[in-house]
Design a protein around this ligand. Structure first.
Ligand SMILES: C[S@@+](CC[C@H](N)C(=O)[O-])C[C@H]1O[C@@H](n2cnc3c(N)ncnc32)[C@H](O)[C@@H]1O
Length: 347
């Protein structure tokens, strides 16, 4: 069965990677069907009511998607093609007799400017009405959604991501704030890409204010943070306590992690770049050299480390023994490009 994930446009690659990681974590058998602009369509194996239910849990983890839609059909972005699609599809797979519905549409960027949203919503609504269902604009049982991107994707919403919870955890709303933090949605995406499960242990050896650790803590992960500066470690603890994270926050050096070999299930971290955040090491080169070797040592075999950096880290990572799963970049502003590197400890 095809499911479409309506992606936030805040990054080219992160939203897609985050979804694929969460689907793997949830144990789905799936393959990518189409990667459209801000819309990922995935073919998921299994019994539809069971998939729908498990996708609700996936939506609770995701940060960079808006809605998950069970696809009724896809077509070119032309008004009459979309109406034919709505007329021809078997709507009874999406709405049971006696239930009410609402139709909403979302245009991504400039796609299908000739398709008028109000008109298409009302005409699709008309086709569903003629199949014997009643509309309810206030509290419908089923919301149908048309995503207008480089294709038109039509279906019913099975789950939505409550993005407001990330705003509530914005850095300036936490008890302790310090410049140079990642926004909660980016931090959550990193945690998701690390494929850590509830009950497992995630380490951030450069904890800072614990932005990454708070997001992992919200998923019932046991989080361990290391921070070299006492004052920041104290603030990080306040932030972790506020969100009830099951945590251990240590004052210490990422170049000498006080943990046993192969003792953590995942690593997600944002090391200092040598600009705004202070470096506590002989040089940035030594900091990266030694901390990557420590990350490799403490991570369990077969597991992932996700690192955000302003400088390329591949040499340090492979030198420490990691294999590279993925590398992608994000241009934050003219003078700042972030690199996301996903690493695995194979041996
Ligand atoms: C870019 S910040 C991390 C920001 C973090 N993601 C957050 O949400 O606040 C990097 C942090 O690493 C800390 N740091 C610098 N050198 C360190 C070292 N050798 N060991 C551990 N932490 C270190 C800095 O004090 C800084 O707080």
């Amino acid at each position: 069965m095809l499911y479409a994930f309506e992606l936030s446009g805040e990054h080219d690659e992160l939203p897609r990677k985050e979804i694929l990681s969460c689907l793997r974590l949830a144990g789905f058998g799936f393959k990518e069907h189409a990667h459209l602009d801000q819309c990922l369509v995935v073919d998921i194996e299994g019994y539809v009511p069971d998939i729908d239910m498990r996708l609700t849990a996936v939506a609770e983890r995701l940060a960079m998607s808006h809605h998950i839609v069970r696809v009724a059909g896809m077509c070119d972005v032309m008004t009459e093609d979309i109406i034919s699609l709505a007329e021809d599809c078997d709507i009874s797979e999406h709405i049971v007799s006696g239930s009410t519905y609402l139709v909403r549409s979302k245009r991504i960027k400039h796609y299908g400017n000739e398709v008028k949203r109000e008109e298409i919503e009302s005409r699709i609504g008309g086709t569903i009405y003629r199949k014997g269902y009643r509309a309810n604009l206030r509290s419908p049982d089923v919301e149908f959604r048309l995503i207008i991107t480089d294709r038109a994707v039509f279906g019913s919403v099975v789950a939505s991501v409550d993005r407001s919870t990330y705003e509530q955890r914005a850095p300036h709303k936490k008890p302790f704030f310090y410049p140079g933090v990642l926004m909660p949605r980016v931090a959550r995406a990193l945690v998701n890409i690390s494929e850590v499960k509830p009950g497992e242990v995630l380490l951030d050896p450069f904890s800072g204010t614990a932005g990454i650790l708070v997001e992992a803590g919200m998923l019932s992960v046991h989080v361990i943070g290391l921070e070299v500066r006492q004052m920041i470690a104290h603030g990080a603890r306040m932030n972790l306590e506020m969100f009830g994270a099951n945590h251990s926050l240590l004052v210490g050096d990422a170049c000498r992690v006080p943990l046993k070999d192969c003792s953590v299930d995942a690593i997600a971290t944002d090391p200092p770049y040598g600009r705004s955040a202070a470096i506590k090491a002989e040089s940035l080169h030594h900091l990266y050299l030694d901390s990557f070797s420590e990350m490799y040592r403490v991570l369990k075999k077969g597991r992932l480390a996700v690192v955000v950096s302003e400088i390329p880290v591949l040499e340090y990572a492979t030198g420490a023994g990691f294999s590279v799963v993925d590398v992608f970049t994000q241009r934050v502003h003219r003078s700042l490009t972030r690199t996301f590197t996903v690493l695995r400890k194979d041996r």
